[in-house]
Design a protein around this ligand. Sequence first.
Ligand code: GCV
Length: 658
Amino acid sequence: MPSQPNSSPANVTLRNAKGECALIAKRELSTFWKEGSVLLEINKDKVSIQLGEEGFQIHSDGKSVRIISSGEKGLMYGAYELLRMQQSGVSMVNLKIQEKPSYKIRILDHWDNPDGTIERGFAGHSLWKWDELPGKLSPRYSEYARANASIGINGCVLNNVNASPKVLEKENLIKVKALADVFRPYGIRVYLSVNFASPLALGDLKTADPLDKNVAKWWKSKAKEIYALIPDFGGFLVKANSEGQPGPGDYKRTHAEGANMLAEAIKPYGGIIMWRAFVYKANDKDRAKQAFQEFQPLDGQFRDNVIIQIKNGPVDFQPREPFSPLFGALSRTQEMIEFQITQEYLGAANHLVFLAPLFKECLESDTYRPSQGSTIAKITEKALYGYSAIAGVANIGDDVNWCGHHFAQANWYAFGRLAWNSNLSSEQISKEWLKQTFSSDERFVEPVSKMMLESREAAVHYMMPLGIHHIFAGNHHYGPEPWYFVKGLRADWQPFYYHKADSLGMGFDRSSQGTDAVHQYAEPLCSQLDNVNTCPEKYLLWFHHVAWSHKLSSGKSLWEELCNNYQLGLNETRNFQKCWDSVEDYVDLQRFQDVQRKLKIQTHDAQWWKDACLLYFQQFSKMPFPADYERPVYNLDDLKKVLIPLGLFGNPTRDMLP
Ligand code: GCV
């Protein structure tokens, strides 16, 4: 979002355009554009029609610039693109740009609760002040919409997928309408998460069975009520029969039967249903297989306005997961990807972890379905029935800096930019963001971009290298707790289920000798993953239970390679501290110190992760620390006593140290 106004307003003209998005484009350019005049023009020429109402062309001759689109939203996105180029130092001479978004629906999912808390939120309370709405509109609502529009986001789900039925009550819908009215000029549509049992909770009905005529009628009348208030309402997001949420399974109906009933209610108004594939039952041998098992047989049974929303990996937003095998496995059903921008499993708002490389790793994964080259980006960008979509679980709260950590804003930015253009590189995104946020001096941008690009891999190294997953502390998912065990608690909510460390080795055997999850992937991937010698080492312990003495490609044993990875991660965070200190001159004091303080916590936590994991796993490997590696500084018994203070909604409070 541009931030330094121009001293003399630019000459900006509108042609054939007078709508709200075009007016925003004009206002932004008049205030911030510094290089001559700009013409914003609605044009129905062939290219503009092909680029669609959000796409645009930018032409320049060095003196004046022309932004052309077939729609008003395209003019707004073109204006923001121009300002982004200006702030990133791109030459304006002879520009000939054509852009259209990779995804039609580019949406943020807020996990905000009606009481103002945010599930897995680390940046304060919810931005939405339900108590004040609709009478009082916080100025942050339009700032939020503006920031989103500037990076191409065009939708938001306002409330948590663990949804309270109350959101559908009349008095709350009026509040939703107030927000929708603020967001609309910025091209943003609102959506709601709904509780499948809402007719039971809010109506006089005794069932929420999707095949019951009265239930279908109830949803139809609710849809009518919503669209009377918000004519461009986007639709519903549904978490059904997952982690205790109600769903069609409660009535022995399928996900398709549940989703289709809602889809029919909303279809006359052009709405969509985003139905989540995040389902897993207790006591199953392999949680990672369940979404595929449940949804693949339903392919072809969903209405055309249902989109299946699939998390990037088969378990749950871990620091690294292989992609979900469901991608590409539904050839007659629209699939969308769900990323998590909020850092539930990546150090909350304390760790600097730039997520563009994680997003790209998934988008570029080849599913081989139906054939080689069928990447997740290609599969999900293809609109089978007119909609393609991508979602990111938001990391935004009412903190002054929006996201709790200054660098967490880069993840919001990266999500939006990739949703707009999935071909952008992580490097380009990091540099654009740094130049617009801090300084365009190369002496700042180069080292800090490098730090950002290394940060996700560093987090994998110091938290869960080589395919280890879900060894977090119970409940809050902040620190390490591979030993966490609660008698009677479902096994798949405990780390042992995932790491399976024993005297022989560690790792989850998902090979054909184990749970056979590998067979949910297409060939040649399936065979590659199935063989311990060809499985990429970054996924080794995800797919195999590996002997402690097993030699990896480095020539080191599994145990030595674990020690190596944890040490590497710790060293990397120390280097991030040095890197940041070296650019002090380019950053204002407050942000410099904020980030410096967080990097200190991150390094501290990397040490904590290293010691906790290696000391714990050493009990099984019974192997010594290699001679040239640093010794632990903590004792395992002390680390087992660490209690993280929990704040809002059980989220870890900021700035904690064990
Ligand atoms: C909103 C994980 C998180 C939950 C989250 C859930 C989901 O289990 O820990 O907080 O619930 O994913 O995506 O529905």
